[in-house]
Write a protein that binds this ligand. Structure first.
Ligand SMILES: Nc1ncnc2c1ncn2[C@@H]1O[C@H](COP(=O)(O)OP(=O)(O)O)[C@@H](O)[C@H]1O
Ligand SMILES: [Mg+2]
Length: 400
């Protein structure tokens, strides 16, 4: 073994700047999104003058640039010298309830007050008072809004505030990766949030290739990445979902594989290998970030799969499928043991359709003979790994 940390300081032959390849990096230049950036800017314009304007809802699949574009416009507005707008960008994965969202707004703009741990009503009134001081417009940007537990209450509170406020107001910019989110919303919240809609379509393979190309120029050493590698990573990501994050992840992983093996060029072979890893990583990430009850359902499936099969389909080379009813029972038991109110079986069926659509489970209706007609279900990924992943996040959530 060499000196500790030696590798950390060794110059990479492949990467010139790892930072720009990280998923947290915010590119200044967002190509193919001029129209969306314009629309977001147009939505914010009235607030600059102190007019409330209308709410807007931004949606599209993961990795289509929603978060980057919204943050980009917010930064520009924040730097304007004279403006009535105050913007709170809120990542709802962290601030996932009405109370936490209101607290975040207070900590953004009234930090002295935030430390004192007031109740909901006090916080609400503090925000109203602060807006009324000089007729501000508070823009609440709720990213991944679908994970807010009491979303209807949150939307109601923010909207109601406008009838309590004498000058100024609050507007909502909602963002969601979940394209079918609308269907589960309370009609009142729906009509409030969707006053304007803005869709982010998936990127096609050419667009992804150009996005990658820009990033390669700043993140990789000159001449290291083969154009064929860029094209393949783009095609793979386009086929899968049009997700720029996936495309970047594949290419970065291909760079790491090249580096580990002491290679000098990133070509299609490394990309092919990287794609398999990246897909797995993304799947586990996806599971980690599921809404709570869907996560508990996946957890129930993983535990049952590890316990062994109830029903083996002979024609499927011994693959293990589970009965949907057994999964529901297990889920209820898990929810109870965690002191969570289990959702009804109607919700459960809805969640199962979602999980199926996201490719996390595979399910099919059994033919006759197996307990009449029932649904048979299988996990798309390794149950051990899923169990570990979910247990880690559950432990973290328990600490909060
Ligand atoms: N038009 C674009 N130009 C450059 N990079 C982009 C573009 N769209 C997305 N990205 C990159 O893809 C990744 C995912 O984008 P993000 O804004 O987080 O997507 P979303 O919020 O829709 O899931 C980010 O790392 C971002 O840098
Ligand atoms: Mg996002």
């Amino acid at each position: 073994m060499g000196e500790p940390f030696e590798d950390m300081f060794k110059e990479s032959k492949i990467f010139s700047n790892r930072e720009v390849l990280s998923p947290h990096y915010m590119p200044h230049n967002l190509i193919f999104r001029d129209r969306q950036i314009q629309e977001i800017a147009k939505f914010l314009t009235p607030s600059l003058r102190g007019d409330r304007g209308r709410n807007i809802f931004v949606y599209g699949k993961t990795g289509t640039g929603k978060t980057s574009c919204v943050k980009n416009v917010i930064e520009r507005v924040r730097n304007l010298p004279v403006s009535k707008a105050r913007i709170s960008y809120i990542n709802c994965r962290i601030y996932n309830s009405r109370y936490r969202v209101l607290q975040k707004i207070v900590s953004d703009y009234l930090p002295l007050y935030a430390k004192r741990g007031f109740g909901m009503v006090d916080i609400y009134e503090k925000i109203i008072g602060w807006i009324e001081e000089d007729g501000k417009v508070l823009v609440v940007a709720l990213d991944e809004i679908d994970v807010v537990k009491d979303l209807d209450d949150l939307v109601y509170t923010l909207t109601r505030a406008n009838s309590d406020i004498k000058s100024g107001g609050i507007t909502i910019l909602g963002i969601s990766n979940n394209v079918s989110f609308k269907e589960n919303l309370d009609p009142r919240s729906l009509s409030t949030l969707y006053e304007n809609e803005l869709v982010f379509p998936p990127y096609n393979s050419n667009e992804l290739a150009q996005i990658l190309k820009e990033r390669v120029e700043s993140g990789f050493r000159k001449g290291v990445v083969d154009q064929a590698a860029i094209n393949l990573a783009s095609a793979l990501a386009a086929k899968d979902s049009g997700d720029a994050r996936l495309a970047l992840k594949i290419l970065t992983k291909a760079g790491e594989i090249t580096e580990e093996k002491g290679g000098e060029m990133v070509g299609p072979d490394q990309v092919g290998e990287a794609a398999r890893f990246a897909e797995e990583d993304i799947a586990y990430e996806l599971i980690n970030t599921l809404p709570e009850h869907q996560k508990l359902i996946v957890y129930a499936i993983a535990l049952l799969s590890l316990q062994g099969s109830r029903y083996k389909r002979l024609s499927d080379g011994g693959d293990t499928y589970l009965f949907s009813g057994d999964i529901y029972d297990k889920y209820v038991a898990i929810a109870n043991s965690l002191h969570r109110e289990p959702k009804s079986s109607r919700w459960y069926r809805k969640y199962m359709v979602d999980l199926d659509m996201q490719g996390i489970i595979v399910s099919y209706e059994s033919g006759k003979g197996v307990r009449g007609h029932t649904k048979l279900v299988k996990l798309s990924y390794l149950p051990e790994k899923i169990k570990d992943t979910i247990e880690k996040t559950l432990a973290k959530e328990a600490e909060l």
